[in-house]
Each structure stands twice: as C-alpha cells, then as structure tokens.
Design a protein around this ligand. Structure first.
Ligand code: PLP
Length: 220
C-alpha cells in the first residue's frame, strides 16, 4: 500500500515541470503514509489542521517544509508559527496582525499567501479578488509577515474550461498585483490546483500545486 504511495509520488513529480513545486496535502493521513510520500521525493507537506500537524511534525520535522493550507483560527496562531514555514490561507488584516505578533515574538519572518475566493462562493474562505490589493498594501507595515503570493481553492466544477477560467483569473490578478511592485511583498507563488486539476493549473501559471488523493488514494 505504502509502496504505491511512493510510486505515485515519483510519477507525479516526474510529470511536473521545473519551477513548479508539489505540496502533499496530508489531512487524515498517517505518518507512515506521509513517510512513503517523502520517500517518493515530496519536500513540502501541506496540512489543514494545526493540532494534527504538530503531532506529525514530531515525527517528520525538517525533512520537509510545512505549509498551512487550512483555515487558521486566532487561538492557533502561536502554535502555527512554530510549525509552519508558510501560511497559505491568510484572508484578513486581523489574522495578519496576529501572525505578525507571534512571529515577532519568535524572531521569525513568516512567508504568507493571500487566499482568494476566486469564484465568490458563499461558503468558501478567502477574500474576493477585489480585496487583495488592499490586504497586500496593509501588510507592508509588518516586519514579520511577508506576503509572497496568492492561493485559491478552486470550485469543484465539472467542466475543465470552467476550472481553466478560474485559474486564468487568478493568474491575471497575480500578474497585476506583482506589476504594482508592492512594498515588502515579493509575489513569487501562485498556489492553485489539486489532484483533479493540477496539470490545468500548471498550464495556467501555478507554481505550487497541492495534491492529496492522487498521491495517497481516496480519503478515509
Ligand atoms: C485536501 C486539500 C487539497 C488536496 O485535495 P485533493 O483533491 O485530495 O488532491 C488541496 N488543497 C487544500 C486546501 C485541501 O484541503
């Protein structure tokens, strides 16, 4: 079973062009399963939950870089700052302020991505595309938060062209923001695409893709 995870990981990493990095989305997976993905060459672990990530971190540590890809609650920021190398899900000034405070205490600079709700879905986290510029501007006064790009969880659409349209909108927002040369926000990363969509996302400009089921199989 775990051999299969290693093989799938190797295959996916071979498929991905240079300059694009794969994040293994590990929610609900065991340490053994994650070890199998590491053996296959995965170098970034994406976790949705701070508490669970903390347990996994004890076993895996710095053999991978750690990205938070789930919603971050205010009372978990302190712990998150100690585990993660990047927080991909920043979507408010309040959250940035809290990350700033805890990162300053720990003496670290936390790379963050702004999470965009690209299709304006009611139930989805993230800010609307129109709010990104302001949030990035507000981040410029922080010394311990550094906005390094954008992330989105695209809607579960059935049609490939719909997905592609969302990815294109993300890419043009990303380019527009980058071209405005925001202070203290080196925009480098565009995190989009999951198991069903990562190749399309890469074609449209993603350089971070988050892959769960294509590595680990169906979630239990
Ligand atoms: C679970 C998850 C993924 C991976 O989804 P798969 O369809 O299993 O590849 C990617 N991003 C986020 C934020 C997730 O929660």
């Amino acid at each position: 079973m775990n051999n299969l995870i290693t093989e799938r990981t190797e295959k996916i990493l071979k498929q991905i062009p240079p300059g694009v990095e794969a994040v293994a989305a590990v929610k609900t997976r065991t340490i053994e399963e994650v070890e199998a993905a590491l053996l296959g060459g995965i170098r970034i672990i994406g976790h949705n939950y701070v508490q669970e990530a903390g347990k996994m971190f004890l076993a895996v540590g710095n053999r991978a870089r750690w990205h938070l890809i789930g919603r971050l609650q205010g009372n978990k920021v302190k712990k998150a700052v100690r585990i993660f190398d990047m927080i991909e899900t920043v979507d408010s000034l309040k959250l940035m302020e809290s990350i700033e405070k805890h990162s300053a205490r720990d003496g670290v600079i936390m790379p963050c991505l702004i999470q965009i709700n690209i299709a304006g879905e009611k139930t989805k986290a993230g800010i609307l595309p129109s709010g990104a510029e302001r949030l990035i501007r507000e981040s410029s006064s922080f010394r311990n938060v550094r906005i390094e790009g954008l992330m989105t969880i695209e809607p579960a659409a059935k049609k490939e062209d719909e997905q592609r349209g969302h990815f294109r909108s993300m890419k043009s927002l990303f380019e527009e923001l980058k071209n405005s040369n925001p202070a203290n926000a080196p925009l480098k990363y565009l995190s989009m695409g999951m198991s069903q969509t990562y190749m399309t996302a890469i074609e449209e400009g993603a350089n971070l893709v988050r892959i769960g089921t294509s590595i680990f199989g169906p979630r239990r």
